[in-house]
Design a protein around this ligand. Structure first.
Ligand SMILES: Nc1ncnc2c1ncn2[C@@H]1O[C@H](COP(=O)(O)OP(=O)(O)OP(=O)(O)O)[C@@H](O)[C@H]1O
Ligand SMILES: [Mg+2]
Length: 330
């Protein structure tokens, strides 16, 4: 298959059936652009880690087509240019943080001089310099994640694949990790990450995919995926006189308990709301606030995982037959 130069990851028809019955992935199509931060979301058991493990050649796919860094999925030498933080990773407990970085750096064939330099740099980057010479066995969960991230960057990878990098990390640490991801992007690297922390993904991701029961349910920029929900909320003092919204077909209003009235107008651009503001001002109404609003990634996620027929979230885990998954087929 010919690689597209702009796609760091280009996946087609990725399927995985565990033990002949658990359909973890049911035909994934997904492209990750060079130099972007891409977020893979989905409820527990949706197949996120399975997909990552297939890219990292840890799990054998049932079918796969596509490329990573221009080479077919499964081409092991390509992994020299990839950094990987697995989920539930375990590092040798008797090593110090510094020794762990050397150990994984050596496994990734990083030369000793470069290892020494990168080790100090990365320990500083993830805020672990002071703990560098303490044993892994004494680290907290968040510290393990920080060192895990540093480990993934030892080989100065083109592509970084992180499975739940902020799992167990405190808010300061999460912000540090976000800063590292943005720095990587600024250097032109590609970041692919799985996370359940939607507000964090919203802050850093250029594009996202939502997996539901082994299929891609939503895929694109957060802006595109939430476009339909974009609107302006205008709050005015007091009640809205009858007929004022006459020429604004899509607008609706609601009086709020604090004596104000909220007018909601669908729209994406500031220019969409100006005629409404003009009308309200002509009526000598006091405008208290004008706020552009859109669905959050959490709303989008909830919509994607909700079963439209039952109104309940689609269950945890992959169904064991090929028929019960909901969500748009990829
Ligand atoms: N080694 C395995 N053998 C059998 N089934 C597996 C195996 N690994 C994963 N599964 C099943 O495949 C499905 C997808 O699991 P996966 O770990 O990829 O989900 P996930 O999206 O990463 O979930 P989480 O958010 O909980 O990490 C689940 O039903 C899981 O039970
Ligand atoms: Mg997982």
């Amino acid at each position: 298959m010919k690689a597209n130069g702009n796609h760091t990851i280009d996946l087609h028809d990725v399927k995985k059936v565990y033990r002949g019955k658990i359909h973890a992935l049911r035909g994934i199509e997904m492209q990750v652009h060079r130099g972007e931060i891409f977020g893979l979301l989905g409820p527990n058991g949706a197949g996120k880690s399975t997909l990552v493990k297939i890219m990292m050649t840890v799990v054998r796919p049932t079918t796969v087509k596509g490329t990573m860094l221009g080479r077919p999925i499964g081409h092991k030498p390509t992994l020299e240019q990839v950094g990987y933080l697995p989920e539930h990773h375990r590092m040798p407990q008797y090593l110090t943080g510094r020794q762990v970085l050397h150990f994984y750096g050596a496994l990734a064939k990083v030369r000793r001089a470069q290892r020494n330099r990168r080790c100090d740099e990365l320990l500083d980057t993830v805020g672990m310099s002071e703990w560098a010479n303490k044993k892994i066995s004494s680290y907290s969960k968040g510290m393990l994640q920080r060192v895990g991230l540093a480990q993934a960057l030892m080989n100065d990878p083109e592509l970084v694949v992180l499975d739940e990098p902020t799992d167990g990390v405190d808010p300061v640490g999460r912000r540090d990790i976000r800063d590292v991801l943005v720095k990587l992007k600024d250097q032109g690297k590609t970041v692919f990450l799985n996370s359940h922390l939607l507000s964090e993904l919203e802050m850093v991701c250029d594009r996202v995919a939502i997996l539901v029961q082994g299929r891609v349910s939503q895929f694109g920029t957060i802006d595109d995926l939430t476009r339909e929900s974009r609107r302006y909320e205008v709050v005015i003092d007091g009640l809205l006189p009858d007929g004022v919204l006459g020429s604004f077909e899509n607008a609706r209003s609601e009086s709020l308990p604090n004596g104000t009235t909220q007018v909601v107008l669908p729209g994406t651009e500031a220019s969409d709301v100006q005629p409404l503001l003009d009308t309200l001002r002509q009526q000598k109404l006091t405008i208290v606030s004008v706020r552009p609003m859109r669905e959050s990634l959490e709303d989008l996620f909830m919509r994607a995982v909700m079963d439209p027929t039952t109104g309940k979230a689609l269950g945890v885990g992959a169904a064991s037959n090929g028929t019960s998954a909901k969500g748009a087929s990829a």
